[in-house]
Design a protein around this ligand. Structure first.
Ligand SMILES: Cc1cc2nc3c(=O)[nH]c(=O)nc-3n(C[C@H](O)[C@H](O)[C@H](O)COP(=O)(O)O)c2cc1C
Length: 398
């Protein structure tokens, strides 16, 4: 076990080929039936009215550990899927097998053009993993994680097992799980207190780096960089087409799918809000206006921030992306607990040629940026949508 993996404190890293479980043996038996029972009243009404099944996850979690093993597993998966993910793509699947949960990437929910090396996907999976771990600790369980850092794209990325009867820990972070939001509003420019920065920095593991910018001139430099990166990203037809597929035009479309980001939640300003379908369609002649508007919005959003944080790894590995996602989620939960609004803004990471300048502007040349986050103060937005536990998890009756 490498020191960094020990530092993560969550058990040994397994050989990715060491997965002996035959996933065909997974049956949606117990949990599937229970989840179906939970959805059944809606299903009956939906059938009567000819409506699609409202298979959405509520933003609530049991405050105390459920007594039954099945309900406990459902609560843990329920916590995982409240994690942030790139474009709310929710690129995860869970396999529950008695006292263990395997977390797998769902390649059908990848963004191969925007995120060709799967960094964003692994960060999202790491965030989901961390929500499970926080919930286990808050329930008085002791989790152990096996990582499968370089598995195939459909394979497991981690497996969590647990034992019981520990003191309950991480309860404030747990309470923040249903309250965390990506906040894309304009912030009021107030700074972030040093003691709050320290509390946020304390969420990092020692194999990761967290860099801060609070100085107005430096914030403006990053704002300019983000404007250029965002513009370039929108003008790249293939990658913009991919992101357009995750944009939801209206709440009905979002509710039907239970994923993606609505135009309202993107907080677009001016005509882009009304003409988003055209502004962000690479085949439209308005795409230039869309790119200009998105770039300006990114610059203004960064400019209104109280501080910027860059989460980086000394070098990119699949493992560092996964633990980066875990660290980001702890950071986001702590910020939520402290009442600090935050938004990842990753265009200058996703468009590779901007990465070195971004790292340099945080005094971190040569490091691999994982998440650029703006922080500040603003009214909390509404929660985004999630696909329900029954749709993302299979349960084995052992
Ligand atoms: C790897 C990663 C990259 C992200 N990049 C951005 C981004 O560039 N801009 C943005 O507004 N939100 C970004 N987000 C936030 C997601 O859009 C957000 O988590 C998702 O829409 C669900 O909303 P929620 O966080 O409010 O639950 C990112 C999230 C992750 C995990």
């Amino acid at each position: 076990m490498s020191p960094s993996r020990q530092a993560a404190g969550q058990g040994p890293t397994a050989n990715p080929t060491g997965s002996s479980l035959d996933r065909r043996r997974f049956l949606i038996v117990l949990g599937g039936a229970a989840a179906h029972a939970a959805l059944a009243p809606h299903a009956a009404w939906s059938r009567k009215l000819g409506l699609p099944l409202p298979a959405l996850q509520p933003w609530t979690l049991p405050a105390d550990p459920p007594a039954s093993a099945l309900e406990l597993a459902r609560a843990l998966v329920g916590a995982a899927i409240l994690a942030p993910s790139n474009w709310n793509s929710q690129p995860w699947r869970m396999e529950v097998d008695g006292g263990s949960i395997r977390l797998l990437a769902d390649p059908t929910r990848a963004l191969p053009v925007t995120d060709p090396d799967r960094s964003g996907m692994l960060v999202s999976l790491g965030a989901a993993l961390e929500n499970m771990l926080v919930t286990m600790r808050a329930y008085g369980l002791r989790p152990t994680v096996r990582y499968f850092p370089a598995g195939d794209s459909r394979g497991p990325v981690a497996e969590v097992t647990w034992t019981g009867d520990e003191a309950r820990r991480d309860r404030q972070l747990f309470a923040a799980i249903p309250n965390r939001r990506t906040n894309r509003r304009s912030y009021d420019g107030r700074g972030i207190f040093m003691q709050n920065r320290a509390a946020l920095a304390a969420q990092m593991s020692e194999d990761l780096r967290l860099h801060w910018i609070g100085d107005r001139d430096q914030i403006r430099n990053v704002a300019d960089l983000l404007q250029d990166a965002t513009r370039a990203q929108v003008l790249d037809a293939a990658s913009e087409r991919e992101r357009l597929a995750w944009m939801r035009f209206g709440d009905d479309q979002a509710r039907e799918r239970g994923d993606g980001v609505t135009v309202d939640d993107l907080e677009l300003g001016g005509p882009a809000r009304w003409f988003a379908r055209r502004y962000f369609n690479p085949r439209s002649r308005f795409i230039g206006l869309g790119a200009g508007s998105a770039g300006k919005q990114a610059r203004e959003a960064i400019g209104s921030s109280g501080a910027l944080a860059l989460l980086a790894a000394p070098r990119r590995t699949e493992f560092s992306c996964l633990t980066g996602g875990q660290a980001y989620e702890r950071f986001a939960l702590k910020a939520t607990q402290l009442g600090i609004a935050h938004q990842p803004m990753n265009a200058a990471i996703e468009v590779e040629r901007f990465r070195p300048d971004l790292a340099r502007s945080f005094g971190a040349p040569g490091e691999h940026p994982l998440m650029l986050v703006r922080l500040g103060h603003a009214k909390r937005p509404r929660p985004s949508l999630r696909r329900a536990v029954a749709l993302v998890a299979s349960f084995r009756n052992t």
